[in-house]
Design a protein around this ligand. Structure first.
Ligand SMILES: Nc1nc2c(ncn2[C@@H]2O[C@H](COP(=O)(O)OP(=O)(O)O)[C@@H](O)[C@H]2O)c(=O)[nH]1
Ligand SMILES: [Mg+2]
Length: 357
Protein backbone atom coordinates (compact mmCIF):
# COMPACT_ATOMS: atom_id res chain seq x y z
CA UNK A 1 0.00 0.00 0.00
CA UNK A 2 1.25 3.45 -0.86
CA UNK A 3 1.49 5.93 1.98
CA UNK A 4 0.32 9.40 0.97
CA UNK A 5 1.25 12.17 3.40
CA UNK A 6 -0.43 15.55 2.96
CA UNK A 7 1.59 18.48 4.26
CA UNK A 8 -0.09 21.83 4.79
CA UNK A 9 0.85 24.97 6.69
CA UNK A 10 1.45 28.62 5.97
CA UNK A 11 3.88 30.05 3.41
CA UNK A 12 7.47 29.59 4.51
CA UNK A 13 6.72 27.37 7.51
CA UNK A 14 9.21 24.74 6.31
CA UNK A 15 7.10 22.15 4.47
CA UNK A 16 9.46 21.60 1.54
CA UNK A 17 12.50 21.47 3.82
CA UNK A 18 10.87 18.80 5.99
CA UNK A 19 9.64 16.80 2.99
CA UNK A 20 13.10 16.67 1.42
CA UNK A 21 14.63 15.66 4.76
CA UNK A 22 11.97 12.97 5.24
CA UNK A 23 12.49 11.71 1.70
CA UNK A 24 16.20 11.20 2.41
CA UNK A 25 15.27 9.02 5.37
CA UNK A 26 12.95 6.87 3.26
CA UNK A 27 15.62 6.52 0.57
CA UNK A 28 18.14 5.45 3.19
CA UNK A 29 15.72 2.68 4.18
CA UNK A 30 15.50 1.53 0.58
CA UNK A 31 12.00 2.93 0.00
CA UNK A 32 10.99 4.79 -3.16
CA UNK A 33 9.64 8.30 -2.58
CA UNK A 34 7.71 10.72 -4.74
CA UNK A 35 6.76 14.33 -4.11
CA UNK A 36 3.86 16.47 -5.28
CA UNK A 37 4.42 20.21 -5.20
CA UNK A 38 1.72 22.83 -5.55
CA UNK A 39 1.77 26.57 -6.10
CA UNK A 40 0.00 29.39 -7.85
CA UNK A 41 2.08 30.15 -10.92
CA UNK A 42 3.91 28.24 -13.65
CA UNK A 43 7.62 28.26 -12.77
CA UNK A 44 7.63 26.72 -9.34
CA UNK A 45 10.72 26.98 -7.16
CA UNK A 46 9.66 24.00 -5.03
CA UNK A 47 9.40 21.70 -8.05
CA UNK A 48 12.83 22.67 -9.34
CA UNK A 49 14.30 22.38 -5.85
CA UNK A 50 12.86 18.91 -5.18
CA UNK A 51 13.95 17.74 -8.63
CA UNK A 52 17.47 18.99 -7.89
CA UNK A 53 17.49 16.63 -4.89
CA UNK A 54 17.06 13.77 -7.41
CA UNK A 55 13.56 13.03 -6.15
CA UNK A 56 10.71 12.17 -8.51
CA UNK A 57 8.39 15.17 -8.46
CA UNK A 58 5.14 16.16 -10.12
CA UNK A 59 3.41 19.48 -9.68
CA UNK A 60 -0.03 20.97 -9.55
CA UNK A 61 0.63 24.48 -10.84
CA UNK A 62 -1.69 27.42 -11.29
CA UNK A 63 -3.66 27.12 -8.04
CA UNK A 64 -4.19 25.33 -4.77
CA UNK A 65 -5.05 21.61 -4.40
CA UNK A 66 -8.40 22.58 -2.94
CA UNK A 67 -9.56 23.91 -6.35
CA UNK A 68 -7.65 21.42 -8.48
CA UNK A 69 -8.61 18.00 -7.19
CA UNK A 70 -8.65 16.47 -10.64
CA UNK A 71 -5.16 17.77 -11.44
CA UNK A 72 -3.95 16.32 -8.16
CA UNK A 73 -5.52 12.93 -8.89
CA UNK A 74 -3.98 12.98 -12.36
CA UNK A 75 -0.44 13.81 -11.23
CA UNK A 76 -0.69 11.22 -8.44
CA UNK A 77 -1.52 8.64 -11.08
CA UNK A 78 1.42 9.74 -13.24
CA UNK A 79 3.79 9.68 -10.28
CA UNK A 80 2.70 6.16 -9.42
CA UNK A 81 3.18 4.96 -12.98
CA UNK A 82 6.58 6.62 -13.47
CA UNK A 83 8.29 6.34 -10.09
CA UNK A 84 6.34 3.51 -8.41
CA UNK A 85 6.80 5.15 -5.00
CA UNK A 86 6.20 3.46 -1.67
CA UNK A 87 5.67 6.86 -0.06
CA UNK A 88 4.35 10.13 -1.50
CA UNK A 89 4.52 13.55 0.12
CA UNK A 90 2.11 16.16 -1.23
CA UNK A 91 2.70 19.77 -0.22
CA UNK A 92 -0.12 22.22 -0.72
CA UNK A 93 0.11 25.94 -1.44
CA UNK A 94 0.93 27.75 1.79
CA UNK A 95 -2.38 29.64 1.68
CA UNK A 96 -4.55 26.56 1.19
CA UNK A 97 -7.15 25.33 3.66
CA UNK A 98 -10.18 23.04 3.64
CA UNK A 99 -8.13 20.07 2.49
CA UNK A 100 -10.39 17.58 4.26
CA UNK A 101 -13.45 18.53 2.22
CA UNK A 102 -11.69 19.15 -1.07
CA UNK A 103 -8.89 16.58 -1.12
CA UNK A 104 -9.06 14.07 1.73
CA UNK A 105 -12.70 13.09 1.29
CA UNK A 106 -12.50 12.60 -2.50
CA UNK A 107 -9.22 10.71 -2.14
CA UNK A 108 -10.84 8.46 0.46
CA UNK A 109 -13.79 7.89 -1.82
CA UNK A 110 -11.19 6.95 -4.47
CA UNK A 111 -12.64 9.55 -6.80
CA UNK A 112 -10.71 9.73 -10.06
CA UNK A 113 -8.46 6.91 -8.92
CA UNK A 114 -7.26 8.71 -5.77
CA UNK A 115 -5.16 7.07 -3.05
CA UNK A 116 -6.54 7.27 0.50
CA UNK A 117 -4.25 9.65 2.40
CA UNK A 118 -2.33 8.28 5.37
CA UNK A 119 -1.74 11.56 7.15
CA UNK A 120 -2.35 15.29 7.24
CA UNK A 121 0.20 17.49 9.00
CA UNK A 122 0.01 21.24 9.43
CA UNK A 123 3.27 23.15 9.80
CA UNK A 124 3.70 26.43 11.66
CA UNK A 125 6.74 28.66 12.07
CA UNK A 126 7.39 28.53 15.83
CA UNK A 127 8.13 32.27 15.94
CA UNK A 128 4.80 33.21 14.35
CA UNK A 129 2.89 30.72 16.46
CA UNK A 130 4.42 32.08 19.64
CA UNK A 131 3.38 35.60 18.66
CA UNK A 132 -0.14 34.38 17.93
CA UNK A 133 -0.42 32.51 21.24
CA UNK A 134 0.85 35.52 23.15
CA UNK A 135 -1.78 37.69 21.50
CA UNK A 136 0.84 39.70 19.62
CA UNK A 137 -0.08 40.77 16.09
CA UNK A 138 1.00 38.78 13.03
CA UNK A 139 2.14 40.93 10.12
CA UNK A 140 -0.88 40.09 7.91
CA UNK A 141 -4.44 41.18 7.28
CA UNK A 142 -7.24 39.59 9.32
CA UNK A 143 -8.33 37.48 6.34
CA UNK A 144 -4.83 36.09 5.84
CA UNK A 145 -4.56 35.37 9.56
CA UNK A 146 -7.91 33.59 9.27
CA UNK A 147 -6.32 31.18 6.75
CA UNK A 148 -3.27 30.79 9.00
CA UNK A 149 -5.52 29.79 11.93
CA UNK A 150 -7.73 27.49 9.87
CA UNK A 151 -4.78 25.53 8.51
CA UNK A 152 -3.79 24.69 12.07
CA UNK A 153 -7.37 24.03 13.12
CA UNK A 154 -7.80 21.48 10.33
CA UNK A 155 -5.00 19.01 11.11
CA UNK A 156 -4.73 16.79 14.14
CA UNK A 157 -0.95 16.85 13.98
CA UNK A 158 0.76 20.23 14.27
CA UNK A 159 4.43 20.44 13.47
CA UNK A 160 5.75 23.49 15.25
CA UNK A 161 8.81 24.01 13.13
CA UNK A 162 12.01 26.09 13.29
CA UNK A 163 12.34 25.49 17.03
CA UNK A 164 16.09 26.00 16.55
CA UNK A 165 15.37 29.70 15.99
CA UNK A 166 13.82 30.23 19.45
CA UNK A 167 15.79 31.14 22.55
CA UNK A 168 15.41 29.09 25.69
CA UNK A 169 12.73 31.33 27.26
CA UNK A 170 10.62 31.41 24.13
CA UNK A 171 10.98 27.68 23.73
CA UNK A 172 9.67 27.12 27.22
CA UNK A 173 6.84 29.59 26.70
CA UNK A 174 5.76 27.78 23.55
CA UNK A 175 5.96 24.39 25.28
CA UNK A 176 3.42 25.70 27.79
CA UNK A 177 1.18 27.80 25.52
CA UNK A 178 0.77 25.43 22.57
CA UNK A 179 -0.72 22.44 24.45
CA UNK A 180 -3.04 24.82 26.32
CA UNK A 181 -4.31 26.28 23.03
CA UNK A 182 -4.53 22.94 21.19
CA UNK A 183 -5.32 20.36 23.89
CA UNK A 184 -6.75 17.84 21.41
CA UNK A 185 -3.93 17.91 18.93
CA UNK A 186 -0.72 15.97 18.68
CA UNK A 187 2.10 18.54 18.74
CA UNK A 188 5.63 18.03 17.48
CA UNK A 189 8.18 20.71 18.22
CA UNK A 190 10.88 20.29 15.64
CA UNK A 191 13.63 21.72 13.57
CA UNK A 192 13.44 20.42 10.04
CA UNK A 193 17.18 21.00 9.81
CA UNK A 194 17.72 18.20 12.36
CA UNK A 195 17.43 14.67 11.00
CA UNK A 196 16.50 13.30 14.44
CA UNK A 197 13.50 15.62 14.67
CA UNK A 198 12.34 14.80 11.16
CA UNK A 199 12.64 11.09 12.02
CA UNK A 200 10.14 11.59 14.86
CA UNK A 201 7.71 13.27 12.47
CA UNK A 202 8.11 10.49 9.90
CA UNK A 203 7.53 7.88 12.58
CA UNK A 204 4.37 9.66 13.78
CA UNK A 205 2.81 9.98 10.33
CA UNK A 206 3.71 6.42 9.38
CA UNK A 207 2.27 5.06 12.61
CA UNK A 208 -1.12 6.55 11.77
CA UNK A 209 -0.90 9.18 14.51
CA UNK A 210 -1.86 11.93 12.08
CA UNK A 211 -4.74 10.38 10.19
CA UNK A 212 -6.67 13.15 8.44
CA UNK A 213 -9.85 14.04 10.33
CA UNK A 214 -13.18 12.78 9.07
CA UNK A 215 -15.02 16.04 9.53
CA UNK A 216 -14.41 18.99 7.24
CA UNK A 217 -13.80 22.49 8.53
CA UNK A 218 -16.73 24.85 8.68
CA UNK A 219 -14.82 27.34 6.59
CA UNK A 220 -16.00 30.84 5.77
CA UNK A 221 -15.27 30.95 2.03
CA UNK A 222 -15.77 34.71 1.96
CA UNK A 223 -12.86 35.24 4.28
CA UNK A 224 -10.80 32.40 2.82
CA UNK A 225 -11.20 33.82 -0.68
CA UNK A 226 -10.41 37.34 0.48
CA UNK A 227 -7.21 36.16 2.18
CA UNK A 228 -6.10 34.21 -0.91
CA UNK A 229 -6.64 37.22 -3.12
CA UNK A 230 -4.87 39.61 -0.79
CA UNK A 231 -1.73 37.52 -1.18
CA UNK A 232 -0.38 38.57 -4.58
CA UNK A 233 1.74 36.20 -6.63
CA UNK A 234 4.67 36.79 -8.97
CA UNK A 235 6.70 34.15 -10.74
CA UNK A 236 9.53 34.88 -13.10
CA UNK A 237 12.16 32.89 -14.97
CA UNK A 238 15.28 34.94 -15.76
CA UNK A 239 18.83 34.61 -16.95
CA UNK A 240 21.24 36.62 -14.85
CA UNK A 241 24.84 37.57 -15.51
CA UNK A 242 27.39 39.20 -13.25
CA UNK A 243 30.98 40.30 -13.95
CA UNK A 244 32.27 38.07 -11.12
CA UNK A 245 30.99 35.22 -8.97
CA UNK A 246 27.20 35.58 -8.92
CA UNK A 247 26.81 34.71 -5.24
CA UNK A 248 27.23 38.14 -3.62
CA UNK A 249 24.78 39.65 -6.13
CA UNK A 250 22.29 36.86 -5.54
CA UNK A 251 22.43 37.21 -1.83
CA UNK A 252 22.15 41.02 -2.13
CA UNK A 253 19.14 40.53 -4.39
CA UNK A 254 17.27 38.80 -1.59
CA UNK A 255 18.01 41.75 0.69
CA UNK A 256 16.92 44.21 -2.01
CA UNK A 257 13.65 42.32 -2.52
CA UNK A 258 13.02 42.48 1.20
CA UNK A 259 13.63 46.21 1.19
CA UNK A 260 11.52 46.85 -1.91
CA UNK A 261 8.41 45.09 -0.55
CA UNK A 262 8.79 46.45 2.96
CA UNK A 263 9.11 49.98 1.63
CA UNK A 264 5.74 49.45 -0.04
CA UNK A 265 4.30 48.21 3.24
CA UNK A 266 3.73 44.72 1.80
CA UNK A 267 4.09 41.85 4.32
CA UNK A 268 6.02 38.87 2.97
CA UNK A 269 4.44 35.45 2.94
CA UNK A 270 7.33 33.77 1.17
CA UNK A 271 9.78 34.98 -1.47
CA UNK A 272 11.84 32.17 -2.96
CA UNK A 273 14.75 32.28 -5.37
CA UNK A 274 16.10 29.21 -7.13
CA UNK A 275 19.43 29.63 -8.88
CA UNK A 276 20.94 27.16 -11.35
CA UNK A 277 24.45 27.49 -12.73
CA UNK A 278 27.45 25.26 -13.45
CA UNK A 279 25.32 22.21 -12.72
CA UNK A 280 24.52 23.38 -9.20
CA UNK A 281 21.26 24.49 -7.67
CA UNK A 282 20.58 26.74 -4.68
CA UNK A 283 17.41 28.02 -3.06
CA UNK A 284 17.10 31.22 -1.05
CA UNK A 285 14.11 32.22 1.04
CA UNK A 286 12.65 35.25 2.65
CA UNK A 287 9.68 34.76 4.97
CA UNK A 288 7.52 36.88 7.25
CA UNK A 289 10.25 36.67 9.87
CA UNK A 290 13.00 37.84 7.51
CA UNK A 291 15.81 36.18 5.64
CA UNK A 292 16.68 32.58 6.38
CA UNK A 293 20.33 31.76 6.85
CA UNK A 294 20.56 29.71 3.65
CA UNK A 295 22.66 32.42 1.99
CA UNK A 296 25.72 31.17 3.83
CA UNK A 297 25.59 27.83 2.03
CA UNK A 298 25.46 29.05 -1.58
CA UNK A 299 27.60 26.81 -3.82
CA UNK A 300 29.75 28.33 -6.59
CA UNK A 301 27.59 28.68 -9.70
CA UNK A 302 29.78 30.75 -12.00
CA UNK A 303 28.78 34.11 -13.44
CA UNK A 304 25.65 33.22 -15.36
CA UNK A 305 22.67 31.56 -13.78
CA UNK A 306 19.08 30.76 -14.49
CA UNK A 307 16.93 32.23 -11.77
CA UNK A 308 13.37 31.45 -10.75
CA UNK A 309 11.60 33.99 -8.57
CA UNK A 310 8.41 33.01 -6.72
CA UNK A 311 6.95 35.69 -4.49
CA UNK A 312 3.78 35.55 -2.41
CA UNK A 313 3.32 38.85 -0.69
CA UNK A 314 0.31 40.64 0.74
CA UNK A 315 -0.67 43.63 -1.36
CA UNK A 316 -1.14 44.58 -4.98
CA UNK A 317 0.24 42.25 -7.70
CA UNK A 318 1.38 45.13 -9.92
CA UNK A 319 3.20 46.71 -6.97
CA UNK A 320 4.85 43.37 -6.21
CA UNK A 321 6.05 43.07 -9.80
CA UNK A 322 7.40 46.62 -9.61
CA UNK A 323 9.20 45.77 -6.36
CA UNK A 324 10.94 42.80 -8.02
CA UNK A 325 12.07 44.99 -10.92
CA UNK A 326 13.27 47.67 -8.53
CA UNK A 327 15.33 45.09 -6.61
CA UNK A 328 16.90 43.81 -9.83
CA UNK A 329 17.76 47.37 -10.83
CA UNK A 330 19.31 48.09 -7.44
CA UNK A 331 21.54 45.02 -7.73
CA UNK A 332 22.25 45.89 -11.36
CA UNK A 333 23.66 49.20 -10.18
CA UNK A 334 25.54 47.83 -7.16
CA UNK A 335 26.91 44.55 -8.62
CA UNK A 336 26.85 45.03 -12.37
CA UNK A 337 24.11 42.41 -12.62
CA UNK A 338 22.25 42.20 -15.92
CA UNK A 339 19.13 40.16 -16.53
CA UNK A 340 16.81 38.93 -19.21
CA UNK A 341 13.29 37.72 -18.51
CA UNK A 342 12.28 34.46 -20.14
CA UNK A 343 8.81 34.47 -18.62
CA UNK A 344 6.97 36.35 -15.95
CA UNK A 345 3.52 36.80 -14.54
CA UNK A 346 1.91 38.66 -11.67
CA UNK A 347 -1.63 38.14 -10.43
CA UNK A 348 -4.07 37.80 -7.58
CA UNK A 349 -5.14 34.17 -7.18
CA UNK A 350 -8.82 33.53 -7.70
CA UNK A 351 -11.02 32.97 -4.67
CA UNK A 352 -11.39 29.21 -4.05
CA UNK A 353 -14.86 27.77 -4.60
CA UNK A 354 -16.42 25.65 -1.89
CA UNK A 355 -16.85 22.02 -2.89
CA UNK A 356 -20.44 20.90 -2.53
CA UNK A 357 -20.76 18.82 0.62
N1 LIG B 1 16.30 27.51 10.97
C1 LIG B 1 15.39 26.79 10.35
N2 LIG B 1 15.04 27.12 9.11
C2 LIG B 1 14.11 26.36 8.49
C3 LIG B 1 13.50 25.24 9.11
N3 LIG B 1 12.62 24.70 8.25
C4 LIG B 1 12.68 25.45 7.13
N4 LIG B 1 13.57 26.46 7.27
C5 LIG B 1 13.89 27.53 6.31
O1 LIG B 1 12.70 28.28 6.10
C6 LIG B 1 12.63 28.73 4.75
C7 LIG B 1 11.30 28.27 4.14
O2 LIG B 1 11.29 26.86 4.09
P1 LIG B 1 10.42 26.04 3.03
O3 LIG B 1 10.65 24.60 3.34
O4 LIG B 1 10.69 26.51 1.68
O5 LIG B 1 8.94 26.47 3.49
P2 LIG B 1 7.52 26.11 2.81
O6 LIG B 1 7.07 27.33 2.09
O7 LIG B 1 6.61 25.79 3.95
O8 LIG B 1 7.74 24.94 1.91
C8 LIG B 1 13.85 28.13 4.05
O9 LIG B 1 14.85 29.13 4.03
C9 LIG B 1 14.26 27.00 4.94
O10 LIG B 1 15.64 26.72 4.88
C10 LIG B 1 13.89 24.93 10.46
O11 LIG B 1 13.40 24.00 11.10
N5 LIG B 1 14.84 25.74 11.02
MG1 LIG C 1 7.31 24.81 -0.14
Amino acid sequence: MIHLHLVNGFLGSGKTTAIVAAARQHLARGQRVGVVTNDQGRYLVDTAFVRAQQLPVVQVAGGCFCCNYHDLAQVLERLQADARPDVIYAESVGSCADLVATVVQPLRALEAGGIPPTSLSAFADARLLLRRLRGQPLPFSDDVIYIWDQQLAEAELLVINKMDLLGEDDRRALQALAPARYPEKRLLLQSSLRAEDVAVWVQAIEAGEAAPPLAALALDYGRYGAGEQQLAWVDQALVIQTPQDVRPALSALLGALDEAVRRRGMPVGHIKLLARGDGRVAKLSLTAMGEADDRAALPPMGREIELLVNARVQGDAAALREAVTEALQAIGAAHGLTWRWKAEQAFHPKAPLARPR
